[in-house]
Design a protein around this ligand. Structure first.
Ligand code: AMP
Ligand code: MG
Length: 406
C-alpha cells in the first residue's frame, strides 16, 4: 500500500497544463498566465507630481525655512488631464496637482502644506531636495521589461497592472474538463422516485461542486450500474475529458467492477490502495494524457480523497504554482484515542485561541456520515503511528477555508 505522500506525489506528477485560452481581461480573474507579459510602455508614462503643491527648481529654494521663507511668483498651472504645461520660467513656481505632468525645467514639487499663498506670490517654507514628490517616467516599469511572470495568478492587483499596460485580453491556462462517473445499482437522481434500497447520487453533486470550486469544468456522466460492460463503456466515454473521476466500485466486493472495467478499457492501473483513513481504496491510472482516479463511494471518503488527490492536480493543470492547499499548525481541541496504522484526515472546525487555531474534530468521523461534511474548516492530519493524542498538542492541518479570525 502507498503512503499518502507517495501517492500524492505520483498523482500530482501526472497532471500538467493542457492548453491555453485567450480571455478578456476581467474574465482572467483567478486564472494563471500561460506566459510572461512584457510592458508595452513606460510606467508612469511621463514625469508627474505625486502631490498637490508647486513645481519648482529646487536650486532656487536652497535656504527656505519656516522662519525665512523664499517668496516666488506663481506662473501657470499643471493639472491631471489638462493641457501640456509651458516650461517653468526661471525665478517662478507653477501650481501643480497630483498626477499632473511636470513642466520642463522643474525638478521638484513642494507640498501645498509647506507654503502660504499670497495673491500671485507663494511663500515656500521648505527647501526640497531634487526630485522630491516627482514620479519619474518609467520608474515603476520600462517598456520591454517583464510586467508579470508566466504562472502569475491574476488577482485584482495584477488585472490593474495589465489594464495600465493597455492589455485587453490575456492568455491563461485552460480549465480542465473533468468527467464524473458514479457507479452503483443503488443510485438515483434527485427527484427520481425512490426504489427499494436506492439512494440519491449525492456524490455527483458534491464532486461537481468540488471541480467547480477548484476551477475546473465538471462533466457529469449518467451513472452506471455495477456491470462490467456498462462500466467499461462509460469509462471509455469519460476518457474524452481531460480528467476522469470514477466514484464507487473500487473496493474488493463482488460488485466492485471499476478496476476490471479500467483494464477492459485499456487503462493501465498504477495503484489502488492508499494507507489512509477515510478512503483506503483510491485507484489511480493513466490513459495517455488523461489521469483517471477511482474514488471510494462513501460520500465522506469521496470528498476527502478528491480534496487530497484530485484538487491539487486540477490546480496544477490550471497553472497554479502552489497547487496544494495551505498547511497550518493547529492545537488539538480534545484528547482522542485511535488505532494506529493509517494516516487519518479528521474533519474539524477551527476557532482562534490565544496560542493559535484550535481544531474541534467532528464527533462523527465515520466515512458514511454525510452531515459531518457540513462546515469543515480543515482536515487535521493524524500521523499513522499515533494511538493516543492529548488535548493541546500541535498537529498539521490542511486548511480548506480561511484562516480563523477572532
Ligand atoms: P462503494 O464504494 O461502491 O462500495 O460504495 C460505498 C458506499 O457509498 C455505499 O454505501 C454506497 O451506497 C455509497 N455510494 C456509492 N456511490 C455513491 C454516490 N454516487 N452517492 C452517494 N453514495 C454513494
Ligand atoms: Mg458500489
Amino acid at each position: 500500500m502507498k503512503s499518502v505522500d507517495e501517492a500524492r506525489a505520483e498523482i500530482l506528477a501526472a497532471f500538467e497544463p493542457i492548453g491555453v485560452d485567450r480571455v478578456a481581461l476581467l474574465a482572467g480573474l483567478g486564472r494563471f498566465l500561460s506566459g510572461d507579459v512584457l510592458a508595452v510602455s513606460d510606467a508612469p508614462p511621463f514625469d508627474n507630481s505625486a502631490m498637490d503643491g508647486y513645481a519648482v527648481r529646487h536650486g532656487e529654494l536652497l535656504g527656505a525655512t519656516r522662519e525665512r521663507p523664499v517668496v516666488l511668483p506663481v506662473r501657470g498651472e499643471s493639472r491631471a488631464g489638462g493641457p501640456t504645461p509651458p516650461a517653468l520660467a526661471p525665478g517662478s513656481v507653477m501650481r501643480i496637482f497630483t498626477g499632473a505632468p511636470m513642466p520642463d525645467g522643474a525638478d521638484a514639487v513642494v507640498l501645498q502644506e509647506d507654503t502660504t499663498r499670497d495673491g500671485d506670490l507663494v511663500h515656500v517654507r521648505e527647501a526640497p531636495r531634487a526630485s522630491l514628490n516627482v514620479r519619474r517616467r518609467g520608474s515603476d516599469l520600462r517598456a520591454g521589461q517583464r510586467a508579470l511572470e508566466s504562472h502569475a495568478r491574476l488577482s485584482p492587483g495584477e488585472l490593474g497592472v495589465l489594464a495600465s499596460q493597455d492589455v485587453a485580453s490575456v492568455s491563461v491556462f485552460r480549465r480542465p474538463r473533468v468527467a464524473i462517473l458514479s457507479t452503483g445499482d443503488e443510485l438515483r437522481d434527485i427527484g427520481e422516485p425512490p426504489r427499494a434500497g436506492s439512494i440519491v447520487n449525492s456524490n455527483a453533486y458534491a464532486l461537481a461542486a468540488q471541480v467547480l470550486e477548484a476551477g475546473g469544468e465538471p462533466w457529469v456522466l449518467p451513472p452506471c450500474r455495477d456491470v462490467l460492460e456498462e462500466a467499461t463503456a462509460a469509462i471509455r466515454a469519460g476518457l474524452r475529458a481531460d480528467v476522469l473521476v470514477v466514484c464507487g466500485g473500487v473496493s474488493v466486493g463482488e460488485y466492485d467492477v471499476v478496476r476490471d472495467a479500467l483494464v477492459e478499457a485499456g487503462v493501465a492501473l498504477e495503484f489502488w490502495k492508499i494507507k489512509m483513513k477515510p478512503g483506503k481504496p483510491v485507484a489511480f491510472a493513466r490513459a495517455g494524457r488523461v489521469p483517471v482516479l477511482g474514488l471510494p463511494g462513501n460520500p465522506v471518503s469521496a470528498w476527502v480523497t478528491f480534496e487530497l488527490f484530485v484538487r491539487p492536480g486540477l490546480r496544477k493543470m490550471l497553472g497554479d504554482p502552489r497547487p496544494e492547499r495551505p498547511r497550518v499548525r493547529v492545537l488539538l481541541g480534545a484528547a482522542l484515542t485511535r488505532s494506529a496504522g493509517r494516516t487519518e484526515f479528521a474533519r474539524a472546525r477551527l476557532t482562534l485561541g490565544p496560542d493559535g487555531p484550535i481544531a474541534h474534530l467532528s464527533s462523527r468521523q465515520g466515512s458514511g456520515s454525510l452531515p459531518s461534511l457540513v462546515h469543515v474548516d480543515a482536515l487535521v492530519v493524524i500521523p499513522a503511528e499515533r494511538e493516543t493524542l492529548v488535548a493541546g498538542e500541535w498537529l498539521d492541518a490542511v486548511l480548506l477555508t480561511d484562516y480563523p479570525s477572532r
